[in-house]
Design a protein around this ligand. Structure first.
Ligand code: PGA
Length: 255
């Protein structure tokens, strides 16, 4: 399958930024700027911003995502949000396994796998993040790390469900550091992710999965990254917080 048959997906990951009123203002500013986008445009926002974000984007082409969810439908899990809650709100996407969750909040491949399966069961589309640490790249085990994450995070996920899943390749050393992977490095690992999916699910399924690059993607470097055959979009942190910085990335993906 050639790349043009997969939908390009540009997703903002706002992290712990923007209050509900700030979220509304940013989305109101962004909506007219990306209305003719020839790619999917998603804003993944803090839980408390979801209502404002859904309202602000009603009738626009911007879709909303959450930044995490639990794996149970309900129960004694103080502070957590279930996939069922997000689904009932009408939230279509959820980021799972972001390296900041893995690094600061004890997220493991086992819990990423549980969350992924639960999100899919609730009808959400997960954006599952994988990526190596700098130290792992220096030790030349990037492919081992990525293969392990893909196998564990997607364990027991059906081929049909994998097609609904977006994989975001985010080298941890490139997140928020201003250090972007070169387009060749991004292609190498995104291609490796697709090859790993092909081994697990067959080439047809692998060809249908959207694989994003994330890590300091911005207006200056997005074109080169998005031109690579296995880079189907981007997961954008810092540059998603300012409409004028996010819009050029959407425009580049629309070409
Ligand atoms: P960044 O974040 O674009 O600020 O590097 C990307 C991400 O963490 O998803």
């Amino acid at each position: 399958m050639d790349k043009s048959k997969r939908s390009a997906v540009i997703a903002g990951n706002w992290k712990m930024n923007k209050t509900p009123s700030e979220a509304k203002a940013l989305l109101n500013e962004l909506a007219p700027m990306v209305k003719d986008a020839d790619c999917e445009v998603i804003a993944c926002v803090p839980f408390v911003d979801l209502t404002a974000a859904l309202e602000a984007t009603e009738g626009t082409n911007i879709k909303i995502g959450a930044e995490n969810c639990h794996w149970e439908e309900s129960g004694a899990f103080t502070g957590e949000i279930s996939p069922k809650m997000l689904a009932e709100m009408g939230v279509p996407y959820v980021v799972l396994g972001h390296s900041e969750r893995r690094q600061y909040f004890g997220e493991t491949d086992e819990t990423v796998n549980k969350r992924t399966k639960a999100a899919l069961k609730a009808g959400l589309k997960p954006i599952v993040c994988v990526g190596e640490l700098l130290w792992e790249r220096e030790c030349d085990i990037t492919e081992e790390v990525i293969a392990r994450q893909i196998k564990l995070d997607l364990f027991d996920v059906s081929a049909e469900d994998v097609k609904k899943t977006i994989i975001a390749y985010e080298p941890v050393w490139a997140i928020g550091t201003g250090k972007t992977a070169t387009a060749d490095q991004a292609q190498e690992v995104c291609g490796f992710i697709r090859a790993t999916l092909a081994k697990l699910y067959g080439q047809d399924v692998a060809d249908a999965v959207t694989i994003q690059y994330g890590g300091s993607m911005n207006a200056d470097n997005c074109e080169e990254l998005l031109a690579k055959p296995d880079v189907d979009g981007g997961l954008i942190g810092g540059a998603s917080l300012v409409a004028a910085k996010f819009q050029p990335i959407v425009a580049a993906a629309s070409k």
